[in-house]
Ligand binder design. Structure first.
Ligand code: FES
Length: 120
């Protein structure tokens, strides 16, 4: 069974192949949501973007990003496209990400408007 390592929380969990990352994180007591989004989120429908994570290792062990996820990252005019810039190869919505093999995940990745990725 695949291992999901949450790097910020220093926690590893074993999940079934094809498991939903959001559901497994919640089961393990991992907080995916910043601030008010702990209660104000779309509960896994891919609409709010607040469950965004960075898959820092093992992106090839997740299923490819689907259309809804791509639209959410690229088209909806709010903070999420800003978070996505510079992280296109690593950012996912946990609620739309299924685990096929070992991965390492950073939860609640910060917006970095002044980092090298944004204005470079
Ligand atoms: S929970 Fe809202 S986008 Fe994932």
């Amino acid at each position: 069974m695949p291992i999901v390592k949450f790097v910020n929380e220093k926690k590893e969990i074993e999940v079934p192949v094809g498991a939903n990352l959001r559901q497994e994180a919640i089961k393990a007591g991992i907080n995916l949501y910043p601030h008010v989004h702990k209660v104000m989120n779309c509960h896994g429908f891919g609409g709010c973007g607040s469950c965004r994570v960075r898959v820092v290792k093992g992106m090839e062990n997740t299923q490819p990003m689907g259309a809804l996820e791509k639209v959410r990252f690229n088209c909806v005019p709010d903070h999420l496209p800003l978070a996505y810039i510079g992280n296109e190869d690593t950012m996912r919505l946990a609620c739309k990400c299924t685990v096929q093999g070992d991965i390492e995940v950073e939860t609640q990745p910060p917006l970095n408007l002044f980092g090298e990725n944004f204005f470079s």
